[in-house]
Design a protein around this ligand. Structure first.
Ligand SMILES: Nc1ncnc2c1ncn2[C@@H]1O[C@H](COP(=O)(O)OP(=O)(O)O)[C@@H](O)[C@H]1O
Ligand SMILES: [Mg+2]
Length: 257
């Protein structure tokens, strides 16, 4: 939840997760801690973790209190005129990417989709697989940068198994809508991403223009190989015009970004 007057969001772990989600409180906490320990490469929001945070009850909309009672009753109590949240994460508020795309003009949309793919790409190179790459799990910062913020399903790239979809044993099977291949818990089929992520035609078009390679296993396997070989990429969160290296250009022959 958030406050219109405060540029942060408050995140509470629910008491009950949807039946389809194989998730629990300890796992969520572990994943948020993992983000504290890795290089966020400018593509994951930082979180501040609080215990027993007291917020004024008067600022809570009744609907929000009701939602808290339903979804997270163990996480808060009301003490006089304060709501005491037993555990929460605070994070910079961004514009959720799905909402940004709905309102975006064509050039804005192309820029945001390009940024989205770059965020996924850079995280992969830095050994992070986001897990749930739906548009609503990314935000757009004040500077138009796309940043990931839903850490529940995050994994190390090197723990994943990126696979090509095996050919169907016979043609009808491919049309049946039923999968003909089984998937282990760490298996990922990049060829499936388009089905889940690129349902909106103009988004699909922009994505294919800039990031088609993310839809095949090769990019992911290659990224894993480079990580395993110990290759550490440099990331530059600011465009080159804003960087000091403009004043101190790299020596001739040195790599530039
Ligand atoms: N930093 C943020 N700024 C703005 N909105 C956010 C932020 N973090 C989350 N949200 C909103 O809350 C929703 C749920 O948050 P998320 O971290 O994805 O948790 P969940 O595990 O419930 O999906 C997001 O889809 C988005 O709409
Ligand atoms: Mg989410």
């Amino acid at each position: 939840f958030t406050l219109p007057s405060f540029p942060y969001v408050f995140k509470i772990i629910k008491d009950v997760f949807g039946a389809s989600k194989n998730m629990d409180r300890a796992t969520v906490k572990r994943k948020y801690l993992m983000v504290k320990h890795v290089d966020r490469v400018g593509r994951m929001a930082d979180t501040l973790e609080f215990s027993y945070a007291a917020l004024p009850l008067a600022r809570f909309h009744p609907e929000l209190l009701q939602e808290l009672r339903t979804l997270a009753p163990s996480s808060f109590e009301i003490d006089g005129d304060k709501v005491i949240i037993k555990h929460l994460y605070i994070e910079r508020r961004m514009i959720p990417l799905n909402l940004h795309l709905e309102k975006a003009s064509e050039p804005e949309l192309e820029e945001a989709v390009k940024e989205y793919g770059n965020a996924i790409r850079e995280l992969a190179i830095a050994n992070i697989f986001p897990g749930d790459m739906l548009w609503k799990n990314f935000g757009v910062t004040r500077y138009g940068r796309v940043v990931f913020y839903d850490y529940d399903e995050i994994e190390y790239m090197t723990d994943m198994n990126f696979r090509k979809i095996p050919p169907a044993p016979y043609e009808e099977m491919e049309m049946s809508g039923e999968p003909w291949y089984s998937a282990g818990p760490m298996d990922v089929f990049p060829e499936e991403f388009a089905t889940f992520l690129l349902g909106v035609p103009r988004v699909r078009k922009a994505f294919l223009k800039h990031h088609r390679d993310l839809l095949a296993p090769k990019f992911w396997q290659e990224a894993q190989r480079r990580i395993r070989e110990g290759y550490v990429e440099d990331f530059f969160p600011y465009p080159v015009e804003l960087r000091f290296c403009k004043l101190f250009p790299p020596a001739a022959g040195a790599a530039s970004s």
